[in-house]
Ligand binder design. Structure first.
Ligand code: DX5
Ligand code: ZN
Length: 217
């Protein structure tokens, strides 16, 4: 199934709860929550307290993207705060396998993200253990960037690899996704689509409907 995961990084935080309800009512399946630590990426965003406080705004899946060093230290806390999917960066984990185990032990879905310059081959050994691969289509750290075209080849490569191995992980793409390029990403093999500025700039519900029309066509 194709899912839309709007990134609240581009939301208006003074009315965040209302905007999350708008996403829900418009039919977005996930809420993408970008956690940044000022180490793995330059920015610092938000963490457990925010997730806890928006947890009762919606029953939609909380898709938590951890752009933090050694996320294994915080898996329990993010699980307690209300995450449904926790995605960690392969580049940020000394012990990626152990980190995935920690997520699965909490009964959550586990995702692994790779930066544009990290090859798909880096995650081959753990492909059978995870629920989702996040192919970053920009360098992580900021919303509103332009999609890097070669990352589409990585989506195609991963799709082919999963098929060859008979595995069923979701393929998520994140960064620079717009109503104009989303079809290309779906064609390449992505099925979980993150969009920040393309959802929150302008009319949220209308933007979600437009994305879902393409995702469901
Ligand atoms: C970037 C974040 C993204 C970001 C996407 O590091 O992981 O989720 O919010 O924003 P847009 O869709 O504006 O590129
Ligand atoms: Zn993200």
């Amino acid at each position: 199934m194709n899912c839309l995961s709007p990134s609240i990084l581009s939301a208006d935080f003074k009315i965040l709860g209302e905007q999350i309800q708008q996403l829900d009512e418009a039919g977005a399946q996930y809420v993408h929550i970008d956690v940044m630590d000022g180490e793995f990426v330059p920015c610092i965003t938000y963490g457990m307290p925010l997730i806890k406080s928006i947890r009762d705004c919606t029953e939609r899946m909380f898709d938590v993207h951890l752009m933090i060093e050694e996320p294994i230290r915080y898996i329990n806390d993010f699980a307690k705060a209300g995450a449904d999917i926790i995605t960690v960066h392969a580049e940020a984990c000394k012990h990626l396998d152990r980190t995935i185990e920690a997520i699965k032990e909490k009964g959550l879905l586990a995702g692994v993200a790779i930066n544009p310059a990290t090859p798909v081959s880096a995650i081959i050994p753990i492909l059978g253990k995870i629920d989702m691969v996040l192919i970053m289509t920009v360098n992580p750290g900021f919303g509103g960037q332009k999609l890097i075209p070669y990352t589409l080849d990585k989506v195609r490569e991963l799709k082919k690899l999963l098929k060859e191995k008979g595995l069923k992980a979701d393929i998520e793409v994140d960064g620079g996704v717009t109503l104009e390029n989303v079809e290309m990403l779906l064609d390449a093999g992505a099925n979980v689509i993150v969009a920040g500025s393309a959802v929150f700039h302008g009319e949220i519900e209308e933007n979600v409907h437009r994305f879902l029309d393409i995702l469901n066509s």
